[in-house]
Design a protein around this ligand. Structure first.
Ligand code: MN
Length: 319
């Protein structure tokens, strides 16, 4: 009998598993990848009796693999906040799904563990750009301004590390980052004892953001702003956190960031306005390779000639 932990390679996925394994230590095989790599269950070939934990990846996108895994006789604990599509009912499946826009998977896990490792959940909430919820929980925990900033930074950096077109773009493999995090009961201990890891992410993040700042918007109205980033490692790493940053600075504006893939194709990330976390999934869903959540969605392959349509759809929705 084996334990298999499957988790999205961003702050939310990492901090969700950290909480669960701090609560219950388990030797396990780790299955994760870049943030966009969400078909993780495809890689899992369990045997009867194996214990699977699946975190922060959409049940909809893993539907047939989840059925297959359950058919193999594995027990599955599933927690997620993405659109699950049709929720699978199975005696061996324990699913905790909450799609409300102010929830991330680490907060679902926090609830499940009755707040035992809440600081990690708050870190994840900052990483998923749920700052409002994160601040509220942080204040309830009695954290001071400096401590809250530390969690916000760590969440942002862990999230930032997950972005990229391949593991090659990343500073750390998400599994390695997880292994470092889970050694510490609190994110504060992690930061204090892992200055090298923290510093690498911090420096990388600040440099990438400042490079991104120099790019000009190609579309800018009160309701929608869009920019293109070149086919470079830094751009692929920073796109997600940079769009979060733009959203925080312009909460009433929707954002599209298009990263060149090198052959006239783009990878698009779409953010609904923070003040109206709706519709991003619907807009992305109009394109063949699009999908995501109400507040944040993406299109894996957007053609140059489809860009005007994307901007139109966003203006129609948010204008
Ligand atoms: Mn998440």
């Amino acid at each position: 009998m084996a334990n298999i932990d499957v988790f999205n390679g961003d702050a939310d996925g990492i901090c969700s598993l950290v909480q669960l394994r701090l609560a219950q230590t388990r030797e396990s095989k780790l299955v994760t990848g870049i943030k966009r790599d969400i078909n993780l269950l495809r890689r899992v070939k369990p045997s009867a009796g194996d214990l699977l934990t699946v975190l922060d990846i959409s049940m909809q996108k893993n539907h047939s693999d989840l059925l297959r895994v359950l058919d193999c006789g594995a027990q599955v604990f599933y927690a997620d906040h993405h659109n699950p599509g049709e929720i699978i009912e199975h005696p061996a499946l324990e699913a905790h799904i909450d799609m409300s826009p102010s929830i991330c998977t680490a907060l679902i896990v926090d609830k499940f563990l009755t707040g035992q490792f809440r600081l990690w959940a708050i870190t994840a909430a900052f990483g998923d750009n749920l700052s409002k919820v994160a601040y509220k929980l942080a204040r309830e925990q009695g954290l001071d301004g400096e401590e809250i900033s530390a969690l916000q930074e760590l969440g942002t950096y862990l999230n930032y590390n997950g972005y990229g077109a391949s593991l090659d773009d990343l500073f750390f493999h998400p599994a390695e980052l997880y292994k470092e995090c889970v050694k510490h009961k609190t994110p504060f201990d992690f930061i204090e004892q892992n200055q090298a890891v923290f510093g690498t992410l911090q420096v990388g993040y600040l440099q990438d953001i400042s490079t991104a700042r120099k790019q000009k918007l190609f579309h800018e109205t009160e309701s929608v702003a869009a920019l293109r980033l070149p086919a470079e490692k830094w751009a692929r790493r920073v796109s997600g956190v940079f769009s979060n940053k733009l959203s925080n600075e312009h909460p009433d504006r929707a954002h599209a960031i298009l990263i060149e893939k090198g052959d006239g194709d783009y990878l698009a990330s779409i953010r609904a306005p923070l003040s109206q976390l709706e519709g991003a999934d619907e807009i992305a869903g109009r394109f063949k390779t699009g999908g995501g959540r109400k507040g944040a969605a993406g299109i894996n392959l957007l053609k140059e000639e489809e860009i005007p349509l994307l901007i139109d759809l966003m203006e129609q929705r948010y204008g």
